[in-house]
Write a protein of this length. Structure first.
Length: 218
């Protein structure tokens, strides 16, 4: 496909494979690529497979639901959440992603992201709250009942200075006997485009909300 599909309401891909060509980029890490799917506020996208050349994946402009969506080879990002309202809710239920050299989910907007019954493998970060967007928000992230397969760097990156929170429950990490994958990392974000400062990782009961019992290394 050479043009972005815009979705309002519900779109059932019936597990067909979609991949970009031409103006949709080469599936690399170049910024400002267009998405394969652009979802309007309240849209539902389900039963879709994004194949290799996935461009910038999926953009949610407001609340959205991604149900049983699979990324075979993540491009720039698998999905970006861009709603501007604190009441926006982004739901990722089922599905999975692999081969993300950097981020799987990019959280640029406001509101709450809930990921459950998801699978991720061979990735940099599962979710990153934007560290240097020109407009910043307080963001809430909930990850529950997820299988993670190494290699990977970190599950969640949040900006504690903007009041972000991340709650993790029922996380199963496979193939990481050295426990190199960090479940939650706190950053000092900014709105100046600078590289954010890393503040630390691990549970703190305030921003990174989980206990070691919530993370199982298989």
């Amino acid at each position: 496909m050479s043009k972005t599909i815009e979705v309002s309401g519900a779109y059932d891909g019936k597990l067909k494979r979609f991949y970009g060509s031409g103006e949709l980029g080469d599936g690399g890490q170049d910024e400002n690529q267009s998405p394969l799917f652009k979802l309007k506020d309240g849209a539902v996208l389900k039963n879709v497979v994004l194949g290799s050349r996935a461009a910038d994946g999926i953009h949610c402009t407001g609340s959205c639901t991604l149900q049983n969506v699979w990324w075979e080879d993540v491009g720039e990002d698998a999905a970006s959440f861009k709603g501007k309202s604190s009441s926006s809710v982004y739901i990722v239920y089922g599905g999975g992603a692999r081969k993300a050299s950097d981020k799987v989910f990019q959280f640029n907007g406001a509101g709450k992201l809930v990921i459950s019954k998801f699978q991720v493998a061979d990735f940099g970060k599962l979710v990153r709250s934007c560290g240097n967007c020109s407009t910043q928000y307080q963001r809430t992230i909930i990850v529950n009942d997820v299988d993670v397969t190494a290699p990977g760097e970190q599950l969640i990156g949040i900006n504690s200075n903007y009041g972000d929170t991340a709650a993790l429950r029922g996380i199963r990490i496979h193939g990481d006997s050295g426990r190199k994958i960090t479940p939650c990392v706190r950053y000092e974000g900014n709105d100046q485009g600078r590289e954010p400062k890393t503040l630390g990782g691990g549970p703190d009961g305030v921003h990174c909300r989980y206990t070691h019992a919530d993370i199982t290394f298989k």
